[in-house]
Design a binder for this molecule. Structure first.
Ligand SMILES: [Zn+2]
Length: 386
């Protein structure tokens, strides 16, 4: 019998070594500091992934490795996320360095937990008893998950000094200045990249993904240093009612609302950023992209305006692409929970690609499962319940 976790070494999408390290540290699956090196060496001896068979794993037999059960698997994954988070702490500001950031006594930058959605301005408006509800996208199924408002939407992406750049959206009411719109888009950009870097501790996203982050960051950095807030184009959609929903996220789109392909360049992924928050009895939805990506997304933005079907169109964008989303708990139970099946379906279609491998077992590309007309919202999902 082959210990189940060994099969992770056959997946090009994951960095199995970090999983094995934690199993070793926690003494799971029979992995210990004594046999760890040997296990890694034996994995190197296995045939290439594309020709590997179960019987090849016989070389591990003498080590008495054991299956890791579901509960221990979850424990390891939680630790993986924690270590990924720990390793990816950094200040994203373009001037970040030990002489301009907040530092400790030994000159190390102190990165603070920053909210990607304003704690006092927004989360407190949609919290109930200090809690908000977000999506828990488990492997099977989909459900809401309550989180404390203080922990909701935080990430370790700025030192205190540079986090102050968000004051115009933290402490000043939204009036739609270009600086405010820029800051919302920038923060959405940082949170999605930061989460990706945290996850890349375990998942192999490939060099293209790293390059996307670097190239996009260069453009944002230049705009911040030049105070060139018009580097971001923002379309503001005002829904006339208060919906207790908050979002800060970003993604790229392969299709517009008519099902036409959006063709991306090779050198940088062109993202669209979305921010949703209630204010003044209304709900604001900001859809932003870099000015230099206008040729890709202006058609989509004008479709959104002319369709005048905002609740459906915004919902499907959020349901298919966004995880950093928070709801007031009772609102979630009343209007969102009942749509779980459709939300999961749309999300999976949009997110999961089939990886294609060459004859050597190297990852060469992805095959998308996204139907071109998914933005038409055939499932009729609606996040804006009244
Ligand atoms: Zn800093």
């Amino acid at each position: 019998m082959i210990a189940n976790f060994l099969f992770l070494s056959g997946s090009p999408q994951v960095n199995y070594k970090v999983f094995f390290e934690i199993a070793r540290d926690f003494r799971k699956g029979g992995l210990t500091p004594d046999n760890f090196e040997e296990v890694l060496n034996l994995i190197d001896e296995l045939p290439q992934i594309n020709v590997r068979r179960d019987s090849d794993y016989k070389i591990f037999e003498h080590l008495n490795l054991k299956d890791i059960n579901q509960e221990d698997f979850s424990i390891i994954i939680r630790e993986l996320l924690r270590r990924g988070q720990e390793k990816s702490k950094k200040c994203w500001h373009p001037e970040a360095c030990s002489s301009s950031c907040n530092v400790d006594g030994s000159g190390q930058i102190i990165v603070s937990a920053a909210h990607s959605i304003q704690n006092n301005g927004v989360l407190s408006k949609i919290a109930k008893d200090g809690h908000v509800t977000t999506f828990s996208r488990e492997e099977v199924g989909f459900k809401g998950k309550d989180v404390g408002k203080k922990l909701a939407s935080i990430f370790w992406g700025f030192c205190n000094h540079h986090d102050a750049m968000f004051r115009p959206i933290e402490i000043i009411n939204y009036t739609g200045t270009s600086e405010q719109n820029f800051l919302y888009a920038y923060r959405a950009f940082v949170i999605i990249c930061h989460k990706k870097i945290e996850a890349s501790h375990f998942h192999n996203f490939g060099s293209q993904s790293e390059n996307d982050i670097i190239e996009n960051k260069n453009i944002f950095d230049r705009a911040i240093l030049d105070k060139d807030y018009d580097a971001i184009i923002t379309h503001v959609i005002e829904l006339p009612l208060f919906y207790p929903i908050a979002v800060s996220s970003g993604f790229y789109l392969d299709f517009d609302f008519e099902g036409n392909s959006i063709l991306h360049s090779e050198n940088r992924m062109e993202n669209i950023y979305i921010t949703v928050f209630p204010d003044n009895g209304k709900t604001y939805c900001l859809l932003s992209y870099l000015k230099e990506d206008e040729n890709l997304y202006q058609e989509l933005a004008s479709q959104l305006q002319s369709r005048n079907n905002f609740k459906s169109d915004l919902t499907v964008l959020l349901a298919a692409h966004v995880e950093n989303i928070y709801f007031e708990p009772i609102y979630f139970e009343t209007f969102i929970a009942c749509q779980a099946e459709s939300i999961l379906k749309v999300f999976q279609q949009a997110q999961f690609d089939v990886q294609t491998l060459d004859s050597q077992g190297n990852h060469v590309g992805n095959l998308s499962l996204t139907p071109p007309d998914y933005l038409k919202n055939i499932e009729e999902i609606n996040f804006f319940g009244y």
